[in-house]
Design a protein around this ligand. Structure first.
Ligand code: 16G
Length: 251
């Protein structure tokens, strides 16, 4: 276990509340690398005893850092320093696989569903096909270094991707965008996206391995080929404690 105590000196006479002083010390230790992502913190009881403060004071300090995403609690295991969030630009058309590789993380997918459904209104509108026309639905949990990052549902117009269901192994192991390009010769050129917050349902939270009721970021994308024809309608739910999105704004 890391010795955080040397980094922590509290001043009982200061007007700054003790919980805030503890928080600042922990943040400083995270910033200067004394505490690294994955490091385990001492328990609340231990910290309180060593610092000679009330356990509730320590809890308040830790809880705020958990809420802000700097620390993470693992049930039965303790409190750990969280990994910094993945910062993701929104102005480039990239795949999950590319995004993670660029950050030195190992991308993977767990295939949850691969099936053909009749298009509902939203799918039909997004893909510009008729209501009830066949749509390939691919639901995958996306992982980076084995950690769940996002839950993605992609919809492709089945007419454009014959025999897609036979590619189950490739879909579960590789990049959807590589398959679309290499197997079907479809070039993805542009996308229109929206981003909004929502609360994870119990199922989504379980798959993403996060407490239910936590916010997630919902990113919807319609991706177009070189002729401006929609090829994919995707809904990606990102863990809000693992992602922040970045947009460059020009004049
Ligand atoms: C991104 C896209 C998703 C696409 C996936 C392909 C958003 C919101 N989502 O996550 O639409 O299906 O990349 O990734 O941008 P892959 O090629 O690694 O399977």
């Amino acid at each position: 276990m890391i010795d955080v105590y040397t980094a922590m000196t509290l001043d009982g006479d200061s007007p700054v509340p003790l919980y805030f002083q503890i928080q600042s010390c922990l943040m400083k230790a995270i910033d200067n690398g004394t505490l690294m992502p994955g490091n385990k913190l001492p328990s609340e009881r231990e910290l309180a005893a060593k610092l000679a403060v009330n356990r509730l004071t320590v809890r308040q300090a830790m809880s705020e850092l958990v809420n802000e995403g700097f620390l993470t609690r693992k049930r039965g295991l303790g409190t750990f320093v969280a990994r910094p969030k993945v910062e993701q630009g929104l102005s480039k058309l990239t795949s999950f696989t590319e995004d993670m590789r660029k950050r030195g993380l190992r991308p993977a997918a767990r295939l949850i569903a691969l099936e053909v459904q009749g298009a509902d209104k939203k799918m039909a509108q997004s893909l510009r096909i008729g209501l009830g026309e066949a749509v390939i639905v691919i639901e995958r949990l996306r992982l980076a270094d084995e950690e769940p990052m996002a839950l993605e549902i992609s919809h492709l117009p089945a007419g454009r991707f014959p025999a897609f269901l036979t590619l189950r192994t490739e879909v579960s192991q590789g990049s959807l965008y590589d398959i679309v390009r290499d197997r079907y010769n479809v070039t993805l050129c542009a996308a229109v996206e929206t981003l909004e917050a929502k609360v994870a349902s119990a199922r989504e939270a379980a798959l993403l391995e996060m407490p239910s009721g936590m916010p997630v970021l919902l990113r919807e994308r319609v991706t177009f080929d070189q002729n401006g024809i929609p090829v994919e309608y995707a809904r990606s739910l990102y863990r809000s404690d693992r992602y922040k999105f970045m947009v460059e704004v020009g004049q």
